[in-house]
Design a binder for this molecule. Structure first.
Ligand code: HEC
Length: 176
């Protein structure tokens, strides 16, 4: 029964993707997708303008400077995400906006960094620079992880800004 349930759950997760996987990981800081939805909400005019912009991280930092909703770290996280993922492809414009936002660093870590070893030892407790996070994908056992170049960069920028997490902030059941 449990094997069936695991297979079923994995299949369901593969279909629904990031948002469902993120349940139980509220202790991790939001990534760019979550922050963007929080800041822009369903302000269609803001969406229409922002999704066309093609800026680097510094440019996005300026663009976001007026948003008092974001802490410095959140602004860095969101600017990193947007610099890699925006402008959004114009395909599929009929889709719900939230569905069109690519997975952010938090989504990607939860989806990809806990199948072979614990997310605690391999991810949450790691302090690395952006380059340090990129270098993870060079080792033979990580090279094969199915993440696009844009996803790896999204992941590296999020992780450098938001890791490590203090042990006492990680739920006890994940500390292994
Ligand atoms: C396909 C299996 C697999 C996946 C998926 C995986 N790892 Fe690993 N990882 C390994 C193996 C094998 C080792 C080396 C043996 C060990 O330390 O358990 C390792 C070791 C590590 C180490 C310590 C050694 C080093 O390279 O510095 C870190 C950090 C790490 N992984 C991070 C990650 C992150 C971040 C992710 C998600 C992007 C991830 N891993 C996903 C297999 C995997």
């Amino acid at each position: 029964v449990s094997r069936f349930r695991t297979a079923f759950t994995l299949a369901a997760l593969a279909i629904v993707g990031g948002p469902v996987l993120a349940q139980g990981f509220a202790f991790m800081p939001d990534g760019g997708r979550g922050l963007f939805l929080g800041v822009v909400g369903d302000d269609q005019a803001a969406l229409a303008r922002l999704e066309q912009l093609d800026l680097d991280q510094a440019g996005w930092m300026e663009e976001l400077a007026s948003s008092e909703m974001l802490s410095e770290r959140e602004a860095t996280t969101l600017a990193g995400y947007l610099s890699v993922n925006f402008p959004l492809p114009t395909v599929d414009v009929e889709a719900d906006f939230a569905q069109r936002l690519p997975r952010d660093g938090k989504d990607l870590a939860i989806a990809n960094c806990q199948t072979c070893h614990s997310i605690f030892s391999g991810y949450l407790t790691q302090r690395r620079t952006e380059q340090g996070w990129r270098s993870i994908f060079l080792s033979p056992f990580h090279r094969e992880i199915e993440m696009s170049e844009a996803e790896r960069e999204t992941f590296a920028l999020y992780s450098a800004a938001n890791m490590p997490i203090a042990m006492e902030d990680v739920p006890p059941e994940l500390r292994f």
